[in-house]
Design a protein around this ligand. Structure first.
Ligand SMILES: [Zn+2]
Length: 168
């Protein structure tokens, strides 16, 4: 008879920061804390239904080796107004282009207030709108680098590894 596997340790809590994705019909408001975004190539692992990073070393990239679709993602550290907490926001290429097109040129993103809406259906695109800019807002919490936290979420064996397409 099989025996129950007992736990001899209490597992440590998960990462403090979660990655925010918008569901259909959802609208959310954010203040950007990051001065700039973290842009990376990822793969969509359909089998495990999750995002995995694309490794700079493509010969050792599980996604490239298995021909998983390549997806661009841009990550920002933001305050999510409705939830009243800081999260990492994941932007699609389309949303990233909308932010780039509306943000003041050559200025940091930090202090921008944006809203993000997703239309009907799982494939509906994101609509990003820049509402206000408070570049001299001093009450904002410090920004956090998404890289170490997302790297931990993605279970990268080596956290110092560089991702393909990464802009340092
Ligand atoms: Zn890859």
């Amino acid at each position: 008879m099989a025996s129950v596997r007992e736990a001899d340790q209490i597992p440590s809590p998960g990462p403090r920061h979660e990655v925010m994705r918008l569901s259909a019909h959802e609208t959310a408001h954010f203040t950007i804390l990051s001065r700039t975004w973290w842009k990376v190539w990822t793969h969509w692992d359909d089998y495990r239904a999750r995002t995995i990073p694309c490794d700079q070393d493509q010969a050792n990239c599980r996604g490239c080796q298995n021909h998983l679709p390549l997806r661009f993602k841009a990550y920002l550290h933001v305050i999510h107004h409705e939830a009243r907490k800081a999260v990492f926001l994941e932007l699609t290429p389309n949303a990233a282009k909308q932010l780039e097109g509306q943000a003041p040129p050559n200025e940091p993103f930090r202090g921008l207030e944006i809203s993000l809406a997703r239309g009907h259906g799982p494939k509906a695109g994101l609509r990003l709108t820049v509402n206000q800019y408070h570049p001299r807002e001093t009450n904002l919490p410090p920004e956090q680098d998404p890289k170490p936290i997302l790297t931990a979420l993605w279970e990268m064996p080596d956290r110092r590894r560089r991702f393909r397409g990464e802009v340092a």
